[in-house]
Design a protein around this ligand. Structure first.
Ligand code: HEM
Length: 299
């Protein structure tokens, strides 16, 4: 579904092309994959309902345990919708953002050094919230979301009443999309926008109209807090445990993948050295290998 092929993505936007003429037609293939995915998810839901384990802590158990004011739980269809949302809206976006962040951190040794110094200051076994509150780590995460803009567009809005926007009158029925990427490339807001400069986020507070990696308004991304938290903990864990280097020296260019903007071909990083763990217990230990390709992100 998230193909880099523009002809693949066209089917998502043009309804008249969405004709299921069997598994040999493009839309038919997409529908077939969707049916397979639904079957796997419904099997999982059925299995979990039949063998419900109240001690298990994961998102499906939480969803299975929720009750509304009448004591009703979620239906299988509602559970399926929630899981698919998490899978598609929550997984690839954050993975792509992390791939950009790791790329830029390893492109800019001074940034990596500053991050390591900040992480060092935490000592052994830091609380995840202490990591979350680190100012330089926050600035690096923000600058990665700015320069990479993994979600390059907001979702569409439809104008209901005539409205003035940027000197244009938009009539009812007009479809408007915010361009996250172009906003983040504005020279007046972000001088030298092609450079990775986390300190701009320490020097200035950007408004919700200037920094929009998660969109804006009442339909802003619901996963914002989770994504920020996840990004910071993953970056802190990886950087404090392993010394990595970018494996390929060719410049990495952005490529549209579905509705995301990802590094073309992914980011390959070499594992150079295992650093003494800082006690950030988020990932399994991979041992003390020599050179080896350990990460290939945003596949
Ligand atoms: C770095 C990671 C992420 C980025 C860059 C991102 C970006 C976005 C953007 C730009 C939108 C459109 C907002 C708008 O139109 O104003 C959006 C919507 C949404 N995102 Fe995210 N997102 C990320 C992570 C997540 C996660 C982790 C979840 C769920 C756990 C999630 C769930 C959603 C949902 C459900 C919507 C639709 C909200 C609505 O229509 O009301 N996202 N996201």
């Amino acid at each position: 579904m998230t193909s880099a092929n523009p002809f693949g993505a066209i089917f998502l936007f043009l309804r008249f092309l969405q004709k299921d003429w069997g598994p040999w037609s493009p839309w038919g293939r997409i529908m077939q994959k969707q049916r397979h995915m639904d079957e796997a998810i419904y099997d999982l839901i059925r299995d979990r309902r039949t063998h419900f384990d109240s001690d298990r802590v994961d998102i499906l158990n939480l969803l299975l345990s929720t009750r509304d004011e009448n004591g009703e739980g979620l239906s299988d269809t509602e559970l399926r919708d929630e899981l698919v949302t998490l899978l598609f809206a929550g997984y690839e976006t954050t993975a792509t953002a992390l791939a950009w962040a790791l790329y830029w951190i390893h492109q800019c040794p001074d940034v990596r050094q500053k991050l390591l110094a900040e992480l060092d200051g935490l000592g052994e076994n830091p609380d995840p919230m202490e990591i979350f509150r680190l100012p330089y780590l926050a600035a690096v995460a923000q600058e990665s979301l700015r320069i990479g803009s993994p979600a390059m567009l907001t979702f569409p809005r439809v104008v209901e009443r005539p409205v003035e926007l940027g000197g244009q009158t938009l009539e009812p029925g007009t479809v408007v999309l915010g361009c996250v990427y172009l906003t983040h490339q504005r020279q007046d807001l972000y001088p030298e926008p092609h450079l990775f400069k986390p300190k701009r986020f320490l020097e200035r507070q950007f408004s919700p109209y200037e920094f929009i990696p998660f969109g804006g308004g009442s339909r802003r991304c619901i996963g914002l807090a989770l994504a920020n938290y996840e990004m910071k903990l993953v970056l802190a864990t990886i950087l404090s445990r392993w010394e990595l280097e970018i494996a390929e020296q060719d410049p990495v260019v952005p490529q549209r993948r579905g509705v995301l903007l990802a590094p073309k071909g992914g980011i390959a990083l070499w594992h150079v050295l295992s650093i003494k763990p800082h006690g950030i217990p988020c990932t399994p230990d991979v041992g003390h290998g020599n050179f080896g390709l350990i990460l290939k992100l945003a596949f």
